[in-house]
Design a protein around this ligand. Structure first.
Ligand SMILES: Nc1ncnc2c1ncn2[C@@H]1O[C@H](COP(=O)(O)OP(=O)(O)OP(=O)(O)O)[C@@H](O)[C@H]1O
Length: 561
């Protein structure tokens, strides 16, 4: 049967596992000795490559020993063939005509792996337009390089560099079942060396409220967050550039007319200090302070919902401009850095301490603050977009399990930043951020990012896929000048509710007697706080104790809104 040079494989995922599977079907269709080669995603065609050209099987004498294999290889070579496989147990060997490239690469890989050439089998393809460039090397057979998948990958990452012309940006993938390793040429990712934040920042324009730019991709296209899905999440360990990402987001939001709120009691939001005059509120010292700010944000959500209801309108931007101005309704961006530490429960048990011990009092207050922040975050997750409230969370690890489900479901843009010089992240650790086939893609891109801080991958809601990008940057101390130059007004400060500080004894279980959602029975929740300098002075009264003891919202102040 004549074997085609290429076959059409629409939708082929081009993974090592898919190759191994296709190899089986090649065996069935074309007989042994053909393997899937270079895949062209544009035409969905894959090459059919002969693994062992002119292969012949030799029978070895019954007393043939391992010590004689080198001599055998030399005799085979003198006859113009290559020894490709020796089976000392079955006493046979396979010889074939390897291409010069396959012979050379096999020899280099074998030497790197410290084995003899016939213990490694490769299939090599060259660039059809430039036969001096190696396009694809498939290692069809090789000795075991370790039991740990990450370590084996590290071995192949080093091994790939012995291939002439190869570099660290080559794609490297192993199929765990067949053991086939695919080493494929890719052009290196070329991210901009630096993206000046000033280049992405516009003159103050609230009409452009629904897109916050973050940086540029490999084609210098602007990457950012569309606010059609309200919230965002950025993951990155220390040194990855997370604080500067959040600063870029803050500046983008301010120049698009958002009120800015910063919550970061873990790191005291020092990087944000220059932005304080532009912040409507900050919570940067304690968890109860963070709780009060989040409660205030939620109460603002309730107030806005009432305004919308009163006008029979479902979305804040559709309110008449005069109503928005009178009510102080602008989009709100709430930045919460180190979000996990605000939400994750602490398992410490301080019952051995006296109940008035300051340490225990603080611990109990923190615990209650976390519980309440988690509750409000869940509610804001699903109820925030129509009133214009958007949150961006910073976390160390790409793990969202600590977030309330409603919040997770409303994260539009997800970003993973890479610490310069760090080991590549395995797809498994990225699955919570990037579902399905996007996790391997994200892992792959992260592996090719190079060593510049503020580089990462992002995936926006809507299935457009993952993209590598460089975060826009400006020295934090120069941000005030940038905002001034762009005409961004300083903030009207929000009045933050101060929940009464309950005594530790009443804090033991603040939600006892409530099933899932302790606020579900209370209709429209707390009395809204006063907002901005234009608002009439109405006392903002809302505390956890009020909710628990007097389920109805106090009606007396409602008319003021
Ligand atoms: N986009 C960027 N472009 C250029 N340099 C950057 C960028 N982002 C961060 N850097 C540099 O990298 C350093 C670390 O960034 P950053 O402080 O944001 O890290 P981080 O991940 O927030 O760390 P930490 O968790 O300790 O705050 C900064 O001092 C800054 O100089």
């Amino acid at each position: 049967m004549s074997v085609p040079a290429r076959v059409h494989v629409p939708g082929f995922p081009n993974t090592a596992a898919a190759r191994a599977k296709l190899d089986e079907s090649f065996d069935a269709r074309f007989g042994h000795g053909f393997t899937p080669g270079k895949f062209d995603p544009e035409t969905s065609m894959i090459a059919v490559v002969q693994e062992r050209p002119d292969a012949q099987r030799l029978t070895l004498s019954s007393d043939f020993k391992g010590s004689q294999v080198d001599a055998l290889a030399e005799r085979v070579r003198q006859r113009g063939f290559d020894l490709v496989e020796v089976d000392l147990h079955e006493k046979n060997a396979v010889i074939a005509h390897l291409t010069p490239e396959a012979r050379a690469i096999r020899a280099r890989l074998a030497s790197f792996l410290k084995v003899r050439p016939w213990e490694v089998e490769v299939c090599v393809e060259l660039d059809p337009d430039n036969p001096r460039i190696v396009d694809l090397v498939q290692v069809l057979r090789s000795p075991e390089t370790g039991t740990d998948a990450e370590k084996r990958l590290a071995v192949w990452r080093a091994a790939v560099l012995v291939i002439p012309g190869a570099h660290a940006d080559w794609r490297i993938e192993e199929d765990l079942v067949s053991g086939r390793v695919v080493l494929e040429r890719r052009d290196p990712l070329r991210l901009p060396q630096r993206v000046p934040l000033a280049d992405l920042t516009i003159d103050f324009d609230p009409d452009l409220w629904d897109f916050i730019p973050h940086g540029q991709d490999t084609g210098a296209r602007v990457v950012g967050q569309k606010l059609s899905v309200p919230h965002g999440l950025v993951a990155g360990e220390t040194g990855a550039g997370k604080s500067y990402f959040l600063l870029a987001h803050a500046v983008g939001a301010l120049s698009r007319g958002h009120d800015l709120i910063v919550v970061d009691p873990t790191k005291n939001a020092v990087d944000f200090t220059p932005l304080h005059p532009w912040c409507a509120a900050v919570a940067v010292t304690t968890l109860p302070e963070a709780r009060a700010v989040i409660e205030t944000v939620y109460a603002e959500r309730v107030r806005r919902q009432k305004v919308l209801q009163a006008h029979g309108i479902g979305f804040w931007a559709k309110l008449p401009a005069d109503v928005r101005a009178a009510e102080g309704i602008r989009p709100v961006t709430v930045i919460i850095d180190e979000a996990a530490s605000l939400l994750e429960d602490s398992s410490a048990n301080l019952s051995a301490l006296d109940k008035d011990d300051p340490l225990r009092v603080e611990f109990e207050q923190d615990r209650v603050a976390k519980t309440i922040i988690r509750l409000y975050l869940g509610k804001l997750g699903r109820e925030a977009r129509n009133v214009g409230i958007h949150m961006v969370l910073g976390v160390q690890r790409p793990d969202t399990s600590f977030l309330p489900g409603e919040f997770r479901a409303n994260i539009g843009q997800k970003v993973q930043l890479k610490v310069p010089g760090s080991a590549p992240m395995a797809p498994e650790s990225l699955r919570m951020l990037f579902p399905g086939q996007f996790a391997p893609e994200a892992s792959d891109l992260l592996g090719r990012l190079g060593d510049m801080p503020g580089s990462g991958v992002t995936m926006a809601e809507g299935g457009a896929g993952v993209a590598a990008f460089r975060v826009a940057y400006e020295d934090a101390l120069r941000l005030p000048a940038l905002l001034e130059a762009r005409g961004v007004p300083r903030a009207q400060k929000w009045e933050i509710m101060q929940p009464e500080s309950p005594t530790p004894a009443t804090l033991a279980d603040p939600f006892e007697g409530f099933s899932d959602d302790p606020f579900a029975d209370f209709g429209d929740d707390p009395v809204p706080p006063r907002r901005g300098a234009e608002s009439p002075p109405v006392p903002a009264e809302f505390s956890l104790d009020d909710l628990l003891d007097h389920p109805q919202p106090p009606p007396s102040d409602a008319s003021a809104f």
